[in-house]
Design a protein around this ligand. Structure first.
Ligand code: GSH
Length: 213
């Protein structure tokens, strides 16, 4: 039975899972969830994710939610397929550290900036300059740490591309289309890393799906 991802391709959390599936060259079905109609808050979807958020995921009788947990399942369960995503032979603990950093340091500031500078205008809402300023300052500090990290190793988790890099792709790519790009451009190692991971063929496939919407 083919794996199922429930959600909408415009969701950054859904894109994270799709990127992992394409890196692994796995077959899957994207089951559309009509978020505009509030389908993600209806009983049949809440049975898949009680928090009413996309994505939800099924592989046979296994049901999961939380995009970063889903990508880790994919990386471990399909270890021998496609890109390793875990840096074979390197301590998994180091990859875990940088996955946590993405979720708790990078994403907290980056997602707020994405909302203010991208999604609010789509919904006809005004950008709050104070929120942008506060979160640009927070993101700058995180990117200073990244600049130092990427001076020691090519990728966040070590010398090879892993989930610690992949998890950044959706929000990072959106921010590159906003004024926040200047924060990445100002840091040579971060800027080279961002260009490298955004150029991955698996990520191009996710963007192609998004552009078909
Ligand atoms: N931590 C969750 C976040 C999921 C999430 O925030 N999904 C958004 C779309 S990107 C959503 O469903 N929002 C609708 C809502 O919260 O009601 C994950 O990574 O899967």
């Amino acid at each position: 039975m083919v794996m199922k991802v429930y959600g909408a391709v415009l969701s950054t959390a859904v894109q994270r899972v799709l990127a992992a599936l394409y890196e692994k060259d796995l077959e899957f079905e994207l089951v559309p969830v009509d978020m505009r109609a509030g389908e993600h808050k209806q009983e049949h979807f809440l049975a898949l994710n009680p928090f009413g958020q996309v994505p939800a995921f099924e592989d046979g009788d296994l049901q999961l939610f939380e995009s970063r947990a889903i990508t880790q399942y994919i990386a471990f369960a399909y270890k021998d397929k496609g890109t390793p995503l875990l840096c074979e032979g390197k301590p998994m603990a180091t990859v875990s550290v940088w996955m946590e950093v993405e979720a708790h340091q990078f994403d907290t500031a980056a997602s707020k900036l994405q909302w203010e500078l991208m999604f609010k205008s789509i919904f006809g809402m005004a950008t709050d300059a104070a929120v942008v300023e506060e979160n640009e300052a927070k993101l700058s500090k995180v990117l200073d740490v990244y600049e130092a990290r990427l001076s020691q190793s090519k990728y966040m988790g070590g010398d090879c591309f892993t989930l610690a890099d992949l998890h950044h792709l959706p929000v990072l790519t959106n921010l590159m289309g906003t004024t926040v790009k200047k924060l990445f451009d100002a840091r040579p190692k971060v800027s080279a890393w961002a260009a490298d991971i955004m150029a991955r063929p698996a990520w191009a496939k996710v963007l192609a799906m998004k552009n078909q919407q």
